[in-house]
Write a protein that binds this ligand. Structure first.
Ligand SMILES: Nc1ncnc2c1ncn2[C@@H]1O[C@H](COP(=O)(O)OP(=O)(O)OP(=O)(O)O)[C@@H](O)[C@H]1O
Ligand SMILES: [Mg+2]
Length: 289
C-alpha cells in the first residue's frame, strides 16, 4: 500500500535539533523527505554536540531568532506539512506553537522528543507541560514512544499491549476532539521478536506489527518515522484512508532503512538507518567512480 506519485513535490519543514552525526534531527529529516519525494526545509530549534554514542552538549538559539527563522520561511514557502522534533525547552516550545498557530500550519506531525537513543535527556521537565498545553491543540498526529507517552500522561511507561491501548486512548483525549487527529504510539521500547505500534483516531485502534530487525543501528528511528509521515501525508491526500496509508508507507520505508543500515559504517554507538537504501547501489556502479 503506497501513495507516492503526486506531480508537484510537497514542501515539508522540519523544526528540530541538529545532530552533527546526521542520524537524527533536521539532517535525518531532510534525508527522509528527499528519499520520499518531498522538498525539505529546516528550522533549527537546537544545536547539539552529538555522535552515535551520546550527546555532549545542547545549545538553543535565542528565541527571537527561532521565531525569525519560522516567519521568514513561512512568509515565502507554502508548507504542506511540518514535522516538529526536539525543541529543548519550554520557551522554544511556546514560540514554535505561537508561530505555527499564526501561520495556520497544516499536517503538523509532532514527535515529542524527550530522550536520545543514548539515554541523554533532550527536553526540560517544564517543556512537557508546554508541549501538552500549547502544541497539542495544533497537532494532526503525535508520535510518542513509550517513555514519552508515560511522561505526557504523568505516569509510568506502558508495558503491555493493553496498557499501550489505554495510553493511546488517553493521549487522543488530550488532542482536540472536534476534528480528526491521530496518535501513533510507538512500541519499540518493549522487548520481543516483534514490535507493535498503535495508530488511533479516537475510533479505530489499528495495530501495526513488524518483526524486530536485530541491529544496533536504530539512531534516529523516531525522527525518520515522523518525518516520513510528514513527507507522505500531503502525497496521500487523495487516498481513501490517507493517514493509515501514510503511516503504513512510512513504517515500510523505515523498516527497509533499518534493514539496510549495515551498508553504512558511521560511528561506534547506535548507527544511523540508511535513508537512501533504495537509491545507492552497493558496491557503487562503475559510472559513480
Ligand atoms: N529494531 C527494530 N526493528 C524494526 N523496527 C524498529 C526497530 N526499532 C524501532 N523500530 C520501529 O521504529 C519506529 C520508532 O520506534 P522507537 O520506539 O524506536 O522510537 P523512538 O524511541 O522515538 O526512536 P528515537 O530514539 O530515534 O527517538 C517504530 O515504528 C518502531 O516500531
Ligand atoms: Mg524519539
Amino acid at each position: 500500500m503506497t501513495c507516492l506519485g503526486t506531480s508537484v513535490p510537497p514542501n515539508v519543514v522540519s523544526i528540530a535539533g541538529i545532530d552533527p552525526s546526521g542520524g537524527a534531527g533536521v539532517l535525518a529529516d531532510i534525508k527522509t523527505f528527499s528519499a520520499l519525494g518531498a522538498y525539505g526545509c529546516g528550522v533549527v530549534a537546537a544545536l547539539t554536540a552529538q555522535n552515535t554514542q551520546g550527546v555532549a552538549g545542547v545549545y538553543t538559539p535565542p528565541v527571537e531568532f527561532l521565531r525569525l527563522q519560522i516567519d521568514t520561511l513561512f512568509a515565502d514557502v507554502p508548507l504542506h506539512a511540518s514535522k516538529i522534533g526536539m525543541l529543548g525547552n519550554a520557551e522554544i516550545t511556546l514560540a514554535v506553537a505561537d508561530r505555527l498557530a499564526h501561520w495556520r500550519a497544516a499536517n503538523v506531525v509532532l514527535d515529542p522528543v524527550m530522550v536520545a537513543k543514548s539515554g541523554d535527556m533532550l527536553l526540560g521537565r517544564d517543556a512537557i507541560a508546554a508541549l501538552r498545553e500549547a502544541l497539542f491543540p495544533l497537532v494532526f498526529i503525535v508520535t510518542p514512544n513509550l517513555p514519552e507517552a508515560g511522561a505526557l500522561l504523568g505516569g509510568r511507561m506502558p508495558e503491555t499491549l493493553a496498557e499501550m491501548r489505554r495510553a493511546a486512548e488517553r493521549l487522543r483525549e488530550m488532542l482536540p476532539t472536534t476534528t480528526p487527529r491521530w496518535v501513533l504510539l510507538k512500541g519499540g521500547h518493549l522487548p520481543g521478536s516483534h514490535l507493535t505500534d498503535l495508530l488511533f483516531d479516537g475510533d479505530r485502534m489499528i495495530e501495526l506489527s513488524a518483526r524486530r530487525v536485530d541491529t544496533h543501528n536504530t539512531h534516529g528511528t523516531g525522527c525518520t518515522l515522523s518525518s516520513a509521515i510528514a513527507a507522505l501525508l500531503p502525497q496521500c491526500a487523495g487516498h481513501p484512508s490517507p493517514v493509515e496509508t501514510a503511516v503504513r508507507t512510512a513504517r515500510d520505508y523505515l523498516l527497509r532503512a533499518i534493514a539496510g543500515s549495515g551498508a553504512l559504517a558511521v560511528g561506534h554507538g547506535h548507527g544511523p538507518v540508511h535513508h537512501f537504501h533504495a537509491f545507492w547501489p552497493h558496491p557503487p556502479a562503475p559510472s559513480h567512480c
